[in-house]
Ligand binder design. Sequence first.
Ligand code: ADP
Length: 428
Amino acid sequence: MNVRSSRTHIFLSTTGIFVLLSAILFFVWRVVEIPKEYLDETLLGISFFAVALITVTFYQSMKIYDSANVIAKNITEDFLQYSHELFTELYRSSPVPYVVINPVGKVVSMNTATARLFHTELNALEGIDIFSFFKNDESHKAALVPEYFKEGKSVSDVELEIQLPDETKRWVLLSLFSFKEAGGEKRGLLTLVDITKQKMIDKAKTEFVSLASHQLRTPISGMKWNIELLLTAGKDKFEDIHKAYIEKISGGVDRMEVLINDFLSASKFELGTLEPEYSDIQVFDFLLKVHDELVGMAEEKNIRIETDFGPNLGKINTDPHMFRTIVSNLMSNAIKYTPADGVVGLNVQQNTENVTIKISDTGIGIPQEDQEMIFSKMFRASNARTKVTDGTGLGLYIVKESVAVLGGTISFVSEQDKGTEFTVILPA
Ligand code: ADP
């Protein structure tokens, strides 16, 4: 109600009260027969005065009520105005780049930090599709963001590379959620935190690991070669105790070689420099060889390996080195994380489109709370850290990356203290 209509309202209701009370008084005086000794002119005058007083009091209360309403309304408006200005100022001058987009991804507004990030003037991107700046990679994250937005899902902390209008590239940590404007229109709020520097530092570190691992391979090969020579030359000369020492050294060098190869592979995946080299392999022969290489490791713990090779195993076109890494890592993990006398299963099936490999065990399992992180680089589950101390947490990361490069999928089910089953599906 505005001020004018509120005043009319007060005037009308006061007049109404006055007329009503006067009418009651008139009715009592003229219509109801009241004896003269109870109602003389003086009493009538006093009554009329009372009616006038009540009306004035009513009028004043209405005015106070009205003023209170006006003050409350003004305070609310001032507060809203203040909040709006505060929010606009925070949005505009925040160091975090913010972009508001419409339902199809076109920029509605952006703040100064966004203009700085994109090397443009403020609001220069208005009406431009924000998703057109995202660079796609093999993980297709950039393509997933607009789809998630369309479905009303939030996106948080996704690392993406963007190509700016001046062709330069930056890495950003992107979050996006949708909201409704006061008018009811759907909007999206994007935050784009520039992480290019951190990415460069990460890359430099990875390059260092890659270089160092590469350089370490030559002396390791030399050591292995000399151990071989030493064992052959001393076959009849060394005592058993000396041979045992040399065997220990040999075991240590082998472990070091595995470690260095893992570091090298992980850094190559991270740098994106690992290109698959495809050739045809016979699935049965290939996997039987991997199986045979691991039988010794299983026998040491009296673990039985149960194989189930499907009837249609034939050729597949894949990168043999990566294929071997996948199966060998999963099988050796299954043996490593299964206590003595357990069972490890290798089930392989093939159809015209793909080959499915299931590797199961009756081992320690992966605790529920660790399952989400299990493919992360250098992550080891809590039970593995205490029960099997030997491990780097690189194997599953390499397996996951190899599967992705070969265009396949990997999943697992696991229950602590019961066992684990990994399923890998690769194109045939
Ligand atoms: P690690 O060198 O520690 O074996 P991986 O990358 O191969 O590294 O595996 C990462 C972690 O995943 C392991 O430390 C372990 O916690 C868990 N894990 C992998 N395979 C199994 C399995 N078959 N059973 C139980 N835990 C497993």
